[in-house]
Design a protein. Structure first.
Length: 367
């Protein structure tokens, strides 16, 4: 069994610089979990502590039932794939993949079998005689993954392994890694700053910022039910729109008033928003939850505002509209052919059942 557990793990660097603080997390056997967050959030430090490449300042790390705080990396039964591949340039692909097994004195026949099996899984059988300089970036990445596979570790660790690849190759490789997880049925821990990678690959996602975990959830829960403004803004592309305004109550109905526009809250929102009447809140709406009135059949006037489209980014099947509402800019994601006229007013309809509200002081989710 390859559960990984972190209990109250913290890491401080010289000068009292805290990389992570009080991280507690349980990773299940055979789970694919992704750490995601902006640069400097502590995700790679957490991975390196699991690998044994960094020593925690405090807290405990377990792999299975064994506490591994004092266990060297080579004895943790983990394999790590790095961002820069870390291949030996003077060795062939075969020798790069076999090197770790030779150090551990595996029999020659077993080394040959493991290397060729891994090469077959990754589709690099014809590259075994080549040197790294003769390979493309995607091929080098496969070799780095193959070097990890031959060891048959309990846990695979990936530290931003696709960041050096072009966009098309990144899409292909993340699919290959996901297939690999399904085939090998082992625990994988993956670090990335790319929320698209996180959403498409992870069984669960750990969202980090400033050395703290903000939310752990499956991709859909993370997207639909972010716990705070940071998670809501970090997950999703384009990111969620945020608008500051005030909750007001008129004639028994409740509205969000931005100053330049006002929209009516649906009935299900009234009760949780009662404590915020006449107070400032942060209104959040995702780009795909706004529509051009010309293309929707149901457009209640109380959910419709005036906006001017200043820029259109065509993406093929969809388009991003950069809108001016007079006070707060908004970005809408619409169908690729639903393009308004530049610099002319349009009626923009909000899907009020998809609205998020955040507390102005804490940034925590209200709804």
């Amino acid at each position: 069994m390859a559960q990984v557990s972190l209990k109250n793990v913290s890491k401080a660097f010289p000068g009292n610089v805290w990389a992570i603080r009080d991280i507690t997390l349980g990773i299940e056997n055979k789970e694919f979990i992704v750490f995601v967050g902006p640069s400097g959030c502590g995700k790679s430090t957490t991975l390196r502590i699991i690998a044994g490449l960094e020593e925690a300042t405090s807290g405990d790390v377990y792999i299975g039932d064994q506490m591994v705080n004092d266990v060297p990396p080579k004895d943790r039964n983990i394999a790590m794939v790095f961002q820069n591949y870390a291949l030996y340039p003077h060795m062939t692909v075969y020798d790069n993949m076999a090197f770790g097994l030779r150090l551990r004195k595996y029999p020659k026949q077993e080394i040959d079998t493991r290397v060729k099996d891994a090469a077959t899984i990754l589709g690099i059988e014809k590259l075994l005689h080549r040197k790294p300089r003769e390979l493309s970036g995607g091929q080098r990445q496969r070799v780095a993954v193959g070097r990890a596979i031959v060891r048959k570790p309990l846990v695979f660790l990936f530290d931003e392994p696709l960041s050096n690849l072009d966009a098309k190759m990144r899409v292909q490789m993340r699919t290959e890694i996901k297939k690999l997880h399904i085939r090998l049925q082992t625990t994988m821990i993956y670090v990335t700053h790319d929320q698209t990678e996180a959403m498409t690959m992870g069984d669960r996602i750990v969202v980090m910022k400033d050395g703290h975990i903000h939310q752990i959830a499956d991709p859909i829960t993370l997207y639909d039910k972010p716990v705070n403004k940071f998670v809501a803004g970090f997950i999703g592309s384009p990111p969620m729109n945020f608008v500051n305004g005030t909750v007001v109550k008129k004639n028994g109905k409740m509205y969000f008033n931005e100053g330049k526009f006002q929209v009516k809250l649906i009935d299900a929102m009234v009760k949780p928003m009662l404590p915020y009447v006449d107070k400032e809140v942060i209104f959040g709406i995702r780009p795909e939850d706004m529509y051009d009135k010309l293309f929707v059949s149901d457009a209640p006037p109380e959910n419709t505002i005036k906006a001017t489209c200043e820029v259109i980014e065509p993406m093929g099947s969809e388009a991003f509209l950069y809108l001016n509402t007079g006070k707060n800019p908004l970005v809408a994601k619409v169908g690729g052919h639903n393009k308004p006229t530049i610099n002319q007013d349009m009626d923009l309809v909000f899907d009020m059942s998809k609205i998020h509200f955040f507390d102005k002081e804490t940034d925590n989710t209200i709804i």
